[in-house]
Design a protein around this ligand. Structure first.
Ligand SMILES: *Cc1c(COP(=O)(O)O)cnc(C)c1O
Length: 401
């Protein structure tokens, strides 16, 4: 549960600063707000934390993806490479801007396989979205290299990897743009919320305009007199979210440190109990956010049996091959092109000339590895009682295999 576990006095204080002024909106009301600009401050501190120039708070991780795709000018007629293992929102965001997602296989990091990019791209492919699932980095340096060679834009969906890094550099800061989710179960939470980051001023400005109906946010004039160049929508973060984000960001490194300790203990227990266990591959052993632990057995049958035994001992794990929300072949509404609009736009749009196929045969590595991998959530706070329950569950399950 990560950040939600640590909500306390610091969050209360930041939120009270806002409530004392009564100004819940991030823009305008300069006199009444008495110098309180929580969203702006959160953005500045978040950009600094990630080592990037620009950062924009938005309403969710889903809207962050959409805002970033709009800023990158991805739209009708384009397609976008997206890994088979991700939350549904990554695909929905591509469809939301009128583009078509192309499903790509994963590698042993459980993230987008760089060697798939040139195999799956078409002449309409404009961007690739690596997703750092469960807080572990994709092979991001290779992905960037291959994308650059093929003139593809890179948008990192880092909804699950807030605070994680790759060779000392924060995830989300490698691509042209990066996005984060602060929903209630994410590493850093503002209840609902998200962030877009980039080093490119033009992409930042287009995001900023798009997320607020095109407003150019000229500080010299009132809101009603601001200029605009593009149409947009409303994905503005509010001051209460900004306040929560500030308090949570200050706890982020502590949180990850605690999760790392807890993850290491559980990893050692698993390694000791199961002789033929494997762990998810990491290209940088030190730098995940330790929100999840993923381990695998040589065969799917054994993995599913082990999962059942663990569950009987009170320890729940996820086998993502059978998860309803994070694996493309299980999305029956997506596979049926059941868009909210009855025209099945953009799947049936004339501008789209390629072929869309989302069949299991085209993602053999995901089919194998996700079927024999079990994923366990790691909490920030772990009591000795909980640790002993986990230990007993692992040891008993291993005995009964
Ligand atoms: C949670 C999540 C999102 C969406 O974030 P919300 O804030 O819930 O809209 C997008 N991508 C991934 C990989 C996620 O896990």
């Amino acid at each position: 549960m990560a950040g939600a576990e640590l909500i306390g006095q610091e969050e209360i204080k930041e939120v009270m600063d806002v409530l004392e002024t009564g100004i819940l909106m991030r823009y305008n009301f300069d006199k009444e707000r008495k110098g309180v600009f929580k969203v702006r401050q959160f953005e500045e501190e978040f950009a600094k934390y990630c080592g990037v120039k620009f950062s924009l708070g938005v309403t969710s991780g889903s809207s962050a993806l959409k805002v970033a795709l709009e800023a990158m000018d991805v739209g009708p007629g384009d397609d976008v490479l997206v890994p088979a293992f991700t939350f549904l929102a990554t695909y929905e965001a591509v469809l939301e801007v009128g583009a078509i997602p192309i499903m790509v296989d994963i590698d042993d990091t459980l993230n987008l396989d760089p060697s798939e990019i040139e195999k799956k791209m078409t002449k309409y492919t404009k961007a690739v979205i690596p997703v750092h699932m469960c807080g572990v980095a994709a092979n991001i340096d290779k992905i960037i290299k291959i994308a650059r060679k093929n003139k593809l834009l890179v948008l990192e969906d880092n909804a699950q990897g807030c605070g994680a890094s790759f060779k000392g550099k924060k995830l989300g800061s490698f691509g042209d743009m990066g996005t984060f989710s602060f929903d209630y179960v994410k590493t850093l939470t503002t209840g609902e919320g998200g962030m877009v980051i980039t080093n490119k001023k033009d992409l930042y400005l287009r995001s900023e305009w798009y997320h607020d109906h095109g407003h150019d946010h000229n500080p010299k004039v009132g809101r009603g007199l601001e200029g605009r160049t593009i149409l947009g929508f409303n994905y503005r973060m509010n001051e209460l979210q900004g306040a929560l984000g500030l308090a949570q960001l200050r706890k982020l490194d502590y949180l990850i440190g605690e999760q790392k300790k807890n993850k290491k203990m559980i990893m050692d227990l698993i390694a000791a109990a199961i002789p033929d266990v494997g762990f998810r591959a990491k290209r940088d052993p030190e730098d995940d956010s330790a929100t999840f632990l993923a381990f695998n057995l040589p065969e799917e049958k054994a993995a599913l049996k082990f999962q059942k035994l663990l569950s009987a001992e009170g320890l729940d794990t996820t086998c993502y091959k059978y998860n309803k929300w994070h694996y493309v072949p299980n999305w029956e509404h997506f596979l049926a092109f059941s868009t909210a609009n009855s025209k099945k736009y953009p799947f049936k749009n004339k501008a789209y000339k390629g072929k869309v196929k989302y069949d299991r045969k085209s993602i053999p590595f995901a089919e194998d590895i996700l079927g024999r991998t079990l994923v366990m959530g790691i909490s920030v706070k772990m009591s000795p009682e909980r640790l002993s329950t986990i230990q007993k569950a692992i040891e008993n399950a291993a005995k009964n295999m």
